[in-house]
Design a protein around this ligand. Structure first.
Ligand SMILES: [Zn+2]
Length: 431
């Protein structure tokens, strides 16, 4: 059992090594020689040729042995910079979303450490040991660890409570809320599916469905935000399914955060490029991330956009923690394409312009560096109280209307807009 867990760590470590690491090939060789090549290639997510190449190489293995002579430097204090770097790593890779006091991590603790290890080595920094990393960093943070990425922390908690009998009054109340969470998740997902089918059944050429999400791209240990905007519309050529176009707006530098101004800059750009002129209605779907999507500023922006474009805009939110798979697919396509490119060309993808080139080579994808600069300063907006429990927004010239779920025709809340006080900020950028 213990050896199995050591083995798993080693596999994770190897999988997270940068493509050009000198340890990659010898480690692969040591771990896979005499094993069934096809199976191990699948396990390590590399080509069979890579496995064969590692078996053929004879000199590389020395590099592992040579490590024995590395002086064993004993560290007797922890420089603050090392701890700071570890915290920066956690914030970049597993950010704590606003409105939450925890991070959701869909990875085992060992994998987190393996990724951290790669992050440090790519920066020529010595990583903390795993015990120290766990004690000083990981254990100090509030983490909802969902080993299974398909399940969210609320759904996981629900599963736990389902087995608690009898439940206390407090547990019962929590249980009720979690059941509603799950129902809303299904309901919003079902609505999304039906909405797409309506476009097909009624050949609605005038409606554009937009699904958006952020993902992080790791290039040589540095992380860049990729804002994924998926367009879905009725397809004249193939009427049985929607035409899908996946746009990647890749942050130009690593310090550009996935915040609301990123979203707004990209939408202003899309308006300038005339991406919407063919449609009367734009229906947007995203998760309810309180950092960049479900915010008062963003709702004010879309109210402005509706007036500016004179098109109907409806914004739907999926239930918390449950985005939609079309964006997950776009994210996995681009990550896979980067890996394949690095493997086949033997050169590393290091900077966003290279990502753009790679992504533009994928069918139905296109990419560009996100036009996020110069930054815009958003004014203070009157907070929409209760925004978190709303799942759909519509707009008119005076109000944003919030609905409890997308299917409902009557709104639950209405919030006054002050469009004229901020319109100039957007108009400055619009051409
Ligand atoms: Zn859930």
């Amino acid at each position: 059992m213990r050896f199995e867990s050591y083995g798993r760590r080693l596999v994770m470590f190897l999988k997270n090594l940068p493509q050009n690491s000198p340890f990659r090939r010898p480690l692969l060789q040591v771990m896979t020689v005499n094993l069934h090549v096809k199976t191990v290639a699948a396990d390590f997510d590399v080509s069979q040729e890579t496995i064969y190449a590692s078996h053929r190489s004879s000199v590389d293995a020395n590099i592992l042995m040579s490590m024995r002579s590395t002086p064993n430097v004993k560290r007797n204090r922890l420089p603050d910079e090392d701890l700071d770097l570890a915290r920066t790593f956690m914030d970049e890779v597993f950010p704590q979303l606003s409105g939450r006091d925890f991070r959701v991590i869909a990875m085992t603790r060992d994998s987190v450490y393996a990724v951290y290890f790669g992050y440090c080595t790519d920066r020529d920094q010595v990583p903390l040991g795993q015990t120290t990393f766990n004690e000083k960093i990981f254990n100090k943070m509030k983490i909802h660890n969902t080993a299974d990425s398909t399940i969210c922390c609320y759904c996981r908690r629900l599963k736990t409570l389902e087995h608690v009998q009898p439940r206390t009054a407090a547990q019962e109340a929590e249980y009720g809320e979690l059941v509603e969470h799950k129902e809303r998740w299904f309901e919003q997902g079902r609505f999304f599916g039906e909405r797409k089918n309506t476009l097909i059944d009624h050949k609605q050429r005038n409606v554009l469905i937009v699904v958006q999400d952020f993902t992080q791209l790791q290039l040589q240990g540095t992380f860049y935000q990729d804002f994924i905007v998926v367009f879905q519309e009725f397809d004249q050529e193939e009427a049985s399914k929607l035409k899908t176009r996946m746009h990647h707006l890749v942050a130009p530098t690593t310090n550009i955060k996935n915040d609301g101004t990123f979203v707004i800059r990209v939408w202003l750009h899309m308006i300038n490029e005339g991406w919407f002129y063919r449609y009367d209605t734009i229906e947007i779907f995203s998760d309810g991330a309180g950092k960049h999507f479900k915010t008062t500023a963003i709702m004010n922006f879309f109210a402005f956009m509706q007036m500016f474009l004179k098109k109907c805009i409806i914004y739907h939110f999926f239930e918390s923690n449950h985005g939609h798979s079309v964006c997950d697919a776009a994210a996995s396509h681009i990550k896979k394409a980067i890996n394949v490119f690095q493997r086949d060309k033997g050169e590393a993808v290091r900077v966003p312009p290279q990502v753009v080139d790679v992504a533009n080579g994928i069918k139905n994808h296109d990419a560009m560096i996100a036009p996020v600069q110069p930054d815009i300063i958003l004014p203070e907006f009157d907070t929409f109280h209760g925004i978190r429990k709303l799942r759909k927004f519509t707009f008119d010239e005076e109000y944003a209307y919030g609905y409890r779920i997308s299917r409902l025709g009557h709104h639950e809340m209405q919030y006054p807009l002050m469009t004229e006080s901020y319109a100039d900020i957007f108009l400055n950028i619009l051409e």
